[in-house]
Design a protein around this ligand. Structure first.
Ligand code: SF4
Length: 322
C-alpha cells in the first residue's frame, strides 16, 4: 500500500473516532481504499441513523422542457419543434397533481428548464398567453394552484435564481432543489459538458445555494457523477457543499446522480459507451466512493440528514431534471 493510501486509512480511523476532517485532510480521501471507506461509512451511518430508510412519495410535474442551457448529456430539454406545447397548462398541471394525490403522493416536484424565455420567442409567447412574463412567475402560480387544489407540497427545481427570485418563491414552496452538479469550473469551458450553459457555472449555483441558505430555504442538492470530473473534483464539490451546510444548515439529501442509460425515457444521455468517468472506474464504483466519502458525514457533513443514490428522479412519462 502506498503512503497516500496509508495516510487516508489513518484519516478514516480518525473520522470513525469522531474527528472532523478539515478540507485538506478530507481531500486526501481520494486515495482511500474503497472497502475501508465503505465499511467506516456504514458504521457511522448506522450509528447515526440506524437502518431505517424513509422516503417521500412525490409526483413529477414537468412544467416545461424548454431550457436556455445546452448541457451535453441532457435528454430532458427539448427544442420547441419537438414539443406539442411549450408549457403545461394549468389544467394539465392539476391533472398530474391529482393523479399523484390519488396514488398517495405528498409532494409535487416541479421540473423545468432554466429560464427558457431568455432563449425562445415561443416560450415568451406561451407565457404571455398564460398572463406571465417569466417562467418563475408561471411556476409560482402553478405551485399555489397545486397546493390549494390538491394539498400536495410544492418542491421547486427552476435552476439558478437570485435572492429576489428565491424570496418570491419561498412562500409557495415547501422546499427547493438545485444540484451543484460539479464545482469544477473547467467543465463549463470549451469542450466541457457545461460549455454554453450559463446556469451551470459552479459560482452561479453556489451563489444560489448560499442565497437559499440566507433565506432559510431547505434545498436538496448533490453531484452528477461521470460527466468528466475527477475524484478530487468530486471531493472538492462535496467540501463546497459542506461549507454552505455548516453555515446555514439548509442542505439535505446530498446525492450523487449519474448519467442514465441510453434508451431511458427520461434523464441524462449516456456519456460514453461504458459510461465511465474520468477516473476510469465504473459508475457503481464511483458512486460507492462518493457515498463513502459523503457518508462519513459526521466529519464531512455534520450532522447530515439522508442520502439518495441513483439516476435522476423519474415518474411515468415525465422527465427528471438534474
Ligand atoms: S440539464 Fe437542466 S439546465 Fe442543462 S440543458 Fe438539461 S434541462 Fe437545461
Amino acid at each position: 500500500m502506498d503512503m497516500a493510501a496509508t495516510d487516508s486509512l489513518r484519516l478514516i480511523d480518525a473520522a470513525a473516532a469522531g474527528q472532523r476532517l478539515d478540507s485538506t485532510a478530507a481531500a486526501l480521501l481520494v486515495h482511500a481504499p474503497l472497502a475501508s471507506l465503505m465499511h467506516t461509512a456504514e458504521e457511522l451511518t448506522l450509528a447515526g441513523f440506524g437502518s431505517t430508510v424513509s422516503y417521500s412519495r412525490k409526483v413529477f410535474i414537468p412544467l416545461t422542457q424548454l431550457c436556455r442551457d445546452v448541457c451535453h448529456y441532457c435528454t430532458f430539454a427539448k427544442a420547441p419543434r419537438r414539443l406539442a406545447q411549450p408549457y403545461l397548462s394549468p389544467d394539465e398541471v392539476l391533472a398530474i397533481a391529482r393523479a399523484g394525490q390519488a396514488h398517495g403522493c405528498k409532494e409535487a416536484l416541479f421540473t423545468l428548464g432554466d429560464k427558457p424565455e431568455l432563449r425562445y420567442a415561443v416560450a415568451r409567447r406561451a407565457l404571455a398567453q398564460h398572463d406571465a412574463v417569466t417562467t418563475l412567475e408561471y411556476l409560482e402560480r402553478m405551485a399555489v394552484l397545486v397546493f390549494r387544489e390538491s394539498g400536495l407540497l410544492p418542491h421547486l427545481n427552476p435552476g439558478v435564481m437570485n435572492r429576489e427570485e428565491l424570496a418570491r418563491l419561498r412562500p409557495v414552496a415547501a422546499s427547493m432543489g438545485l444540484m451543484l452538479e460539479s464545482g469544477a469550473e473547467r467543465l463549463a469551458m470549451r469542450g466541457g459538458p457545461h460549455f454554453g450553459s450559463p446556469d451551470k457555472q459552479p459560482t452561479q449555483r453556489l451563489a444560489t445555494l448560499r442565497a437559499a441558505g440566507e433565506l432559510s430555504i431547505p434545498v436538496t442538492t448533490g453531484l452528477l457523477i461521470g460527466i468528466g470530473e475527477t475524484r478530487r473534483e468530486r471531493l472538492e464539490s462535496l467540501l463546497g457543499l459542506r461549507a454552505l451546510h455548516e453555515e446555514f444548515g439548509h442542505l439535505g439529501n446530498h446525492h450523487p446522480e449519474f448519467p442514465r442509460q441510453a434508451g431511458d425515457s427520461h434523464g441524462l444521455r449516456r456519456r460514453s459507451r461504458r459510461s465511465r468517468s474520468s477516473s476510469g472506474l465504473s459508475r457503481s464504483h464511483d458512486c460507492c466512493l462518493v457515498l463513502g466519502c459523503r457518508s462519513r458525514h459526521r466529519r464531512i457533513f455534520s450532522p447530515m440528514r439522508w442520502y439518495r443514490c441513483g439516476p435522476p428522479e423519474s415518474t411515468t412519462g415525465a422527465a427528471g431534471h438534474p
